[in-house]
Ligand binder design. Structure first.
Ligand code: F6R
Length: 605
């Protein structure tokens, strides 16, 4: 969470930082600020609100300088106000921080800071500790400070008497750095670096990077120079903009056929699933007795679909655990449990910590991650990258469907590794998987029809979503999507559970979205729909194109999904639910890409 940027070089730092903060705003948008270090001293401009508010402030104050750090905040310690916005300054130190310092109270006491701090943040405490240790050697001050900190941090620090230099250090929270051609840049993620270069490196944990106008130096905490491991951004850089769409969310929904193709095609050889590029040995897939998926939010919902697929097709038990709860439920994982961590950002701290714990217990692990080189990818034994490209809208869409695509591939490879399927069955499954992109294209062609249907819930206060089995799993995701971007209270329910309590809430004012795609569950699902209809609910039904419906019944709103084999119906149905959420948010005039209180990368527990 929080976007951080730093630049030193020949260009005007304030312009570079403001542009970068706009690209990083999806990481947090409670307040924003920049600091510039120049001959006349250090100048800080910060305010609550969005980067555009900071831009207005800069237009008024006209700050100038060639070395600076900037921040866009997702509030953790201390409310949303100007004083708590970053950068923070104490004595000769100016600093920005992403993460949480757990022992900030003890540090406040130890260094007698009470009464000297201007904000309520843990970050200002860090600035004060650096100042305490600073006697002309930045490395030594940073080293001594870092040894006192408990928690997670990505810090970018400027010292008043070190012109042109920015120091960076981190634990868990990410920092990447690069050369721009006329200087050096650091950021919390590559989104801000891509406009300058495709070569970058991840600052290793507990190393100090020093950015200077003519290069970058890296040292470990004992003061020895360290080698920089350069990486290459392999995103299609043209994917970074909105591509003519009003919001990233729409653009990212529309990109799904293409990015799913890009995720599956490189992993199919001779019509069979192939993970040789990832060097995943078949033994890891054939040897495990159970699987534990750890993930949060949308990624966890992808895991639920994976569970249904693997249990049904491979016949082994799969647990899907909310990563944030994993540690608190005395997890039982061992060398016979394959752990699959799913994360778009690859930085979600709950998922990362759960994965590290599982590895300590001896579990083999595979992560499914979108961002190359991210912490979760590095912490797991094997990694499968979803090739979704940058996902900027806070609400995840294309990352989810590419995660599903990987889970289909893994299921098929597992069946192969265990010798469970005939050649014919494997070939049918893989052909159907390769049909997904064209089926999604058909759904996307009907987006105006979906827009019209979304009108049926536009003014609702509460929406219920019902389905069984796989339909229920995708409704959990559909419901999350709707509530996060439209602020409509929505709940997904396994339709058979309704009558055990929740049906009491169904009235003519609670629209219900029902998904019926699983042949074996159809008649039961339709009976559950009749139960809510008879309580007055208006139902929007998503059903396969070939299904016959009883003409005598009141089907006011029906969307016909292109037909696929049942296990794959998740794909077209999910895209319809994404579009419904998108259009409701759009028609309510909300900031679709940046829903309130949220941030794209969740690096706090
Ligand atoms: C919702 C959404 C979140 C994320 C969750 C995990 O649209 O995006 O629920 O799925 O915060 O994030 P990652 O996948 O980055 O670990």
């Amino acid at each position: 969470m929080c976007g951080i940027i730093g630049y030193t070089g020949k260009s005007h730092a304030e312009k570079i930082m403001l542009d970068a903060l706009e690209l990083l705003e999806y990481r947090g948008y409670d307040s924003a600020g920049i600091a510039l270090l120049h001959q006349g001293g250090t100048e800080i401009l910060k305010c609550t609100g969005r980067v555009k508010d900071l831009r207005n402030l800069c237009a008024l104050k006209k700050p100038e300088g060639f070395c600076g750090i900037g921040h866009t905040r997702w509030a953790t310690h201390g409310g949303v106000c100007d004083a708590n916005a970053h950068p923070h300054r104490f004595g000769r130190i100016t600093l920005i921080h992403n993460g949480i310092i757990e022992n900030y109270r003890e540090l406040t006491e130890k260094y007698a800071l009470e009464g000297h701090l201007r904000s309520e943040t843990d970050s200002e405490v860090v600035a004060a500790v650096v100042e305490h240790f600073y006697a002309g050697d930045p490395y030594s001050a940073i080293r001594r400070t870092v040894l006192k900190l408990k928690g997670t941090f990505a810090l970018a620090i400027m010292f008043d008497d070190q012109p042109g230099k920015i120091y960076a250090v981190r634990n868990v929270s990410p920092i990447v750095a690069a050369l721009t051609g006329d200087g050096a840049i650091l950021s919390s993620d590559v989104a801000a670096i891509v406009p300058f270069t495709t070569d970058y490196f991840v600052v290793p944990e507990f190393h100090v990077a020093c950015l200077k106008p003519d290069g970058i130096e890296l040292y470990d905490l004992s003061g020895d120079q360290a080698k920089i491991d350069w990486l290459k951004v392999d995103w299609d850089v043209s994917r970074s903009g909105k591509g003519g769409y009003p919001f990233y969310m729409e653009k990212e929904i529309m990109e799904q056929p293409e990015v799913i193709r890009e995720t599956i095609q490189p992993r199919i050889r001779d019509g069979r699933p192939d993970f040789s590029q990832e060097q995943i040995p078949d033994e890891i897939l054939s040897g495990c007795r159970r699987i534990c998926v750890i993930a949060c939010g949308t990624a966890m919902h992808a895991g639920l679909v994976g569970k249904s697929l693997i249990q049904a097709m491979i016949g082994i038990h799969v647990d899907v655990v909310m990563a944030s709860e994993f540690m608190y439920n005395d997890p039982v994982v061992d060398k016979n449990t394959l752990v699959i961590a799913i994360s778009q950002s690859g930085e979600t701290i709950d998922t990362l910590e759960a994965l590290k714990f599982a590895r300590k217990c001896g579990s083999p692990s595979i992560s499914i991650v979108n961002v190359k080189g991210a912490s979760i990818a590095r912490a797991s034994e094997y990694v499968i990258y979803t090739n979704a490209g940058p996902e900027i809208a806070v609400a995840s869409t294309k990352a989810y469907t590419t995660q599903l695509a990987v889970l289909y591939l893994l299921t098929a490879r597992m069946a192969m590794a265990r010798g469970l399927w005939s050649d014919e069955k494997l070939s049918d499954f893989m052909k159907e998987l390769q049909r997904v992109p064209e089926v999604l294209e058909r759904v996307l062609e009907t987006k105006e029809e979906i827009h019209r249907l979304s009108g049926t819930i536009l003014n609702a206060r509460d929406v219920f979503m019902i389905g069984r089995g796989l339909d229920y799993s995708i409704l959990l995701e559909g419901s999350l999507k709707l509530k996060e971007v439209s602020y409509i209270h929505s709940e997904a329910h396994a339709s058979g559970e309704l009558k055990h309590g929740t049906i009491a809430l169904i009235t003519e004012d609670t629209p219900v979205i029902a998904v019926v795609t699983q042949e074996k569950l159809k008649s039961k699902e339709l009976s559950n729909i009749r139960e809510v209809q008879s309580r007055g609910a208006r139902v929007l039904l998503l059903i396969k194109e070939n299904e016959t419906l009883d003409e005598g019944e009141k089907w006011s709103c029906v969307y016909r999904l292109p037909k696929m084999e049942d296990p794959f119906m998740v794909m077209p149905a999910s895209v319809v639910l994404q579009l419904i959420a998108y259009y409701v948010s759009l028609d309510k005039g909300l900031d679709v890409d940046k829903p309130r209180n949220l941030a794209k990368v969740v690096t706090v527990e």
